[in-house]
Design a protein around this ligand. Structure first.
Ligand code: RRO
Length: 318
């Protein structure tokens, strides 16, 4: 298998070896942006040296441009936020032409992300990734958006539907990471089905379905009604799901996401079994967050006598 890797620094400024591997993808650091929280291009470059983080995972892209949901699309909640952005994006082809070059110019390692309403949509989006720049090291297959037609396309709630989508996305030629849903009690079965169908890794997990109601208007706050809850409120849910998937399939690489705000919350997901983590909601409060979390991981390792980040992976399992 062709191995994709980043060739940058082998260790951070602290001397800690930050390198990790997600399936065949070697990353220079274990902290990435979460899809949907760093735009489609170089939006965060003014705040973070994107060449030093593990990867920029771009917002999910369809095979065609898509306008997304009606406003308001984001709303602060206690200990997090809720969104119903609704997959707004330019489509894979326009992204490759207009946004990817600027992102690559920052020195970032890039992970694409694709979505679809149907299996055929996913196949079309995956097909549009063929021949992409080698610095796009993987594609996250978003099987778990809660905001498409009110959650009607949650492929990740069903092992067979997940397998079908992962299977047809092989055409892209990139390592595939299946982005799973926390809104199901079948996450382990779905993770195993994704692996069986060819996913190299699973991203655990997307937002939790929720709703906020404006009591004065007596209507949901978000334009689409419901949305996806994220941030510190869901961190223990992410830790539990990562822990359970790792326990069931210790050899299946996991990218952990949910409520990572600092070094310790990132380390928690690594100890639960993640090989790398993503930072999302924290970037809405502070666009420097992903860099700060990486620095926090380094600081935590230095204080704790850990010289290689990858030695933490799964460390909470007895
Ligand atoms: O765009 C969105 O509304 C969205 C997506 Br694609 C997703 O995967 N998760 C989420 O909370 N929002």
């Amino acid at each position: 298998m062709r191995r994709r890797r980043t060739d940058r620094s082998r260790s951070g400024r602290s001397g800690i070896d930050l390198r990790t591997r997600v399936g065949s993808v070697e990353l220079s650091a274990p902290v990435m942006t979460a899809s949907g929280t760093a735009g489609h291009g170089d939006e965060l470059a003014a705040y973070v040296d994107l060449s030093r983080i593990g990867a920029v995972v771009v917002k999910s892209l369809g095979s065609e441009p898509w306008p997304g949901n009606p406003a308001p699309r984001v709303h602060a909640t206690p200990s997090g936020m809720i969104n119903s952005v609704g997959l707004q994006g330019p489509g894979v082809e326009a992204w490759r032409e207009r946004e990817l070059p600027g992102l690559l110019a920052t020195g970032a390692t890039v992970v694409a992300s694709i979505w679809g309403r149907t299996v055929e949509d996913f196949a079309a989006a995956a097909g549009q990734l063929v021949g992409i720049d080698r610095r796009v090291v993987a594609v996250e297959v978003n099987l778990s958006c809660p905001n498409l037609d009110g959650g009607a396309h949650l492929f990740a709630h069903d092992p067979a539907a997940t397998a079908e989508v992962i299977d047809v996305t092989a055409v892209c030629g990139l390592p595939r990471w299946a982005k799973l849903s926390a809104n199901t009690d079948r996450i382990i079965d779905v993770a195993l089905a994704a692996r069986e169908a060819g996913a190299e890794a699973v991203t655990v997990a997307n937002t939790l379905m929720g709703m906020v109601i404006d009591v004065d208007r007596r209507r949901p706050v978000l334009g689409a009604g419901g949305g996806g809850l994220s941030g510190p409120a869901i961190h223990p849910v992410a830790v539990r799901n990562v822990y359970d998937v790792h326990a069931a399939a210790p050899d299946l690489p996991i990218v952990g996401v949910g409520g990572v705000v600092d070094g310790p919350t990132a380390v928690e997901l690594l100890l639960a079994g993640a090989s790398a983590v993503q930072v999302g909601t924290a970037s809405f409060a502070d666009p420097r967050a992903v860099g700060a979390v990486l620095h926090g991981v380094e600081t935590w390792c230095a204080r704790s006598g850990v010289s290689r980040v990858r030695d933490l992976i799964g460390g909470a399992h007895g």
